[in-house]
Ligand binder design. Sequence first.
Ligand code: MN
Length: 199
Amino acid sequence: MNDEQMRLLSTPFDLVTGLSSKVDPIRRQLSAMSGMYADAEAFADMVAAGDPLVYEFYDLGVPADAGEIAFGTSITYPGKVGNEYFMTKGHFHSILETAEVYYCLSGEGRMMMENPEGDWKSCEMTAGAAVYVPARYAHRSINTSNDQPLVTFFAFRGDAGHDYGTIEDKGFRNLVVERDGRPVVISNPKWGSDPEDTQ
Ligand code: MN
């Protein structure tokens, strides 16, 4: 084990912000999510007006082997594109039969999950809630707060891998939008179509 790996045996994460003083996160600005929000006009306006940071997360470089556990925090910032809450891209695991655990450190939101057969689940996340993402379910974090980041700690089998492409091509079957000041789940009118064709 080299010095870098030894150092990463213990990694600090702030309990409220989720950020680490020792490692740089991967950052996703809105422009990296083209076609993923329902309101293409609002999306284009927000990218032009400053391209806000939507979320960041850690990849600590744990080896992608079956006996390893990849872990880190994910921070999704508050905001909306039109009436749709800020969210992560979401993904299936490349090894579909791989579950994951998320523990919510702060904020409030939803974990949206769906499997290839069409079953879906939306699980509320508040500080202290542990969410189990079952094997076969794509998953996306959605921040439904108006003013606080949604911060989670995640852990999953090191060889699971990420399949972002299926969601980029088809989207999730359901969206979480604000109606009368509250989050509601609606079916995605563009589900299954190539988002690049519908902008
Ligand atoms: Mn995952």
